[in-house]
Design a protein around this ligand. Sequence first.
Ligand code: SF4
Ligand code: FES
Length: 258
Amino acid sequence: MTAVAESTQSTQTSSRGEAGAVPSFDVTLRIRRFDPDTSAEPRWEEFTVTVHGTDRVLDAMHKVKWEVDGSLTFRRSCAHGICGSDAMRINGRNRLACKALLKDLDPSKPITIEPIKGLPVIKDLVVDMEPFFASYREVMPFLITGGNAPTKERLQSPEDRARYDDTTKCILCAACTSSCPVFWTDGQYFGPAAIVNAHRFIFDSRDEGAVQRLDILNDKEGVWRCRTTFNCTEACPRGIEVTKAIQEVKRAMITRAF
Ligand code: SF4
Ligand code: FES
């Protein structure tokens, strides 16, 4: 089925028709739909909408939802690359819909949008994130310390802070884990995101739980399942060197140096 959103603006020209105006164009979204209440099988559906040159995939999806088909279901919150809730597979690659500019995706062809892979689909682009968060919780992503709580803040040198700076940037979007071929075939694998968040604390000089976390990740579903395909690093919208972080955790497991 193809649906078209009628715009009050002209299709190929600016809404303001003046110098500095933002040009608009038509784009077709080819979206994988799934509604367990109506069919056990997913289906593809196309929507053509008029968008501006500065619009992102999320803007086009809002237009579909608000003007054409209110049943289209997807997650999003901040719309600015911070909350991590709108990871989806766009033209075969995991991205945040709020960070993917339509003009960068060759809008002359339909843009395919699917749910991220490896997690059960609940409806349309919404997947069940619980298996992903279960692995995250398992690596204990919080500061572990012994003794009495200090009366002042726990100090750390800039060098020690820099040691794990990259992995603090994670927004738990699951783009890395759901781009990993090992995770697609073995949903029990901890996955890159859990390892990234373990790394964030293993290499924190104030933390005392590194040995526990390394033991957890030494599991048969832990870091050794990683095949170093780099899909995770390519998928990360925060630019985290995910594969490097996994390699550092592997090394720490062997050397016990962290
Ligand atoms: S490491 Fe990157 S891709 Fe993976 S969950 Fe964190 S922000 Fe998302
Ligand atoms: S909506 Fe929050 S990261 Fe995209």
